[in-house]
Design a protein around this ligand. Structure first.
Ligand SMILES: [Fe+2]
Length: 445
């Protein structure tokens, strides 16, 4: 286990980071630095796009399960005969669900609002991966520059910059891992008012009428905190993403740090300059008694892909109460809660941050608690959200690490409280228990 004093925060100047190939050193030896090394200006996560075979049903399930109203649409009713897309939003979190229409109805002109959409790619993607994330989108200062800088630094291009609408929005894409793309979005006149900025999305999307969606749904989810990928091999994946983004290593864990005796992984968290875009990646560790859950993912997903999306709540207790009410009626189910001993120890571990009542709420709702040298993390994981044991959702709330920015505004530092390293073994235990129940139900051939 690592000690807190091993995490040193200093704002080292750009260029100081070693250019040598990535090597895992483990939590004990990892020194946290922010070299401010981004190769282009990154603002924030913008949206996550899922590709599926029926967007209406998938979007409604996520809307109900997560308390995210469907706010915009681009489908037959808006003149899009290429694909059906629905946008869900809660705070700054945007989830987009897209499915193809029949290619035979849009043979002459492309009416799609997502210019990079491809019938063939989307069909192959859903056949191969099931329900999965196609794009992690970031708002950048200039999607044209981000693309050209990325490609010049080794990124594999997926789509050259395309200008949308009346010269207002630029969209480009590079390959991230597996069939997942990193999408860059920029606005010519970005609105500084966050509520107005949030109401914009992409040209071609129209507001959903109030009566046709549960516009009042809100369980307290506010933004995407991190988007995690599973890859077969961490070292080349980390080198690749670092090389074209300039992102720095924010944290890392090895199997020795986080694995149980039966399961393991290595993990690296990459972050942009502001550390508000966090892209962790995991690789499986082999030779353990039971197969690594990352390996299980890679088999069921047929390769690399997004493993989980961590959604930050402004009130995790409220979010969990609302989500759990709906678990059995169309919402999301959660992994089994840790045993009572976990919560008996919690007072010692976090009694200075959480009240007795909050510790009781954690136990009632199955929330895990971890901390690093700076703050505290409350977290809980859903079961895989689709048919396959692949993608799942994490709900988190970070406590502490409030700092003043240049304008005197108090903000929370990115990654405050870590990612749940201390809870990894709890998560593994619960995932392994879950996998055992699946194995018990496998019909012998
Ligand atoms: Fe996470």
């Amino acid at each position: 286990m690592g000690t807190e004093s091993n995490l040193i925060n200093d704002n080292t100047v750009a260029g100081e980071q070693s250019s040598s190939a990535f090597k895992l050193v483990g939590f004990n030896n990892f020194i946290r630095k922010n070299p401010m090394s981004d190769k282009f200006t990154v603002k924030s996560f913008h949206h996550i796009e899922f590709w599926c075979s029926d967007a209406t049903n998938t979007a409604r399930r996520f809307s109900w399960g997560l308390g995210m109203p469907i706010v915009k649409k681009s489908d037959l009713s808006t003149g899009n005969t290429t694909h059906a897309s629905y946008l869900l939003r809660s705070g700054q979190l945007n989830f987009l669900f897209t499915a193809p229409y029949s290619p035979s109805i849009s043979t002459t002109t492309t009416t799609g609002s997502i210019p990079t959409f491809s019938h063939a790619d989307c069909r192959n993607f859903t056949a191969k991966h099931g329900l999965a994330v196609r794009a992690i989108a970031m708002e950048v200062e200039d999607a044209g520059t981000a693309f050209s800088v990325s490609v010049a630094n080794g990124a594999k291009p997926s789509s050259a910059p395309i200008t949308l609408g009346c010269d207002d929005v630029v969209l480009s894409e590079v390959k991230l891992y597996g069939d997942v793309v990193l999408r860059y979005i920029s606005y010519k006149n970005p609105n500084t008012d966050p509520t107005v900025a949030a109401s914009n999305f992409l040209p071609g999307f129209e507001p959903v009428e109030k009566t046709s969606s549960y516009q009042d749904l809100d369980y307290g989810i506010r933004r995407l905190d991190h988007a995690v990928g599973n890859v077969p091999e961490l070292s080349p994946a980390v080198d690749y993403v670092k090389s074209f983004t300039g992102f720095h290593e924010f944290a890392e864990f090895t199997a020795d740090d986080v694995g149980t005796s039966e399961s393991g992984l290595n993990s690296v968290v990459l972050a942009c300059n502001s550390e508000m875009v966090l892209i962790p990646m995991n690789e499986p560790v082999y030779g353990t008694k039971r197969k690594s859950q990352i390996q299980t993912y890679l088999e069921h997903n047929e390769g690399a892909g997004v493993q989980h999306l961590a959604l930050a709540s402004e009130d995790i207790f409220r979010t969990l109460r609302e989500m759990r009410k709906r678990s059995g009626v169309g919402g999301f189910e959660f992994m089994p809660s840790p045993p009572p001993t976990y919560y008996r120890n919690l007072k010692n571990r976090a009694g200075d941050v959480l009240s007795d009542e909050q510790i009781k709420d954690c136990e009632e709702l199955g929330i895990l608690v971890d901390r690093d040298d700076q703050g505290t993390l409350l977290q809980i994981f859903t079961k895989p959200v689709g048919d396959r044991p692949t993608i799942f959702i994490e709900i988190i709330q970070r406590v502490g690490c409030m700092v003043k920015d240049d304008e005197g505004k108090v903000q929370q530092k990115g990654g405050c409280g870590g990612f749940g390293k201390g809870n990894f073994s709890e998560l593994f235990k619960s995932i392994e228990e879950y996998e055992k129940t699946l194995e018990a139900r496998t019909i012998p051939t």
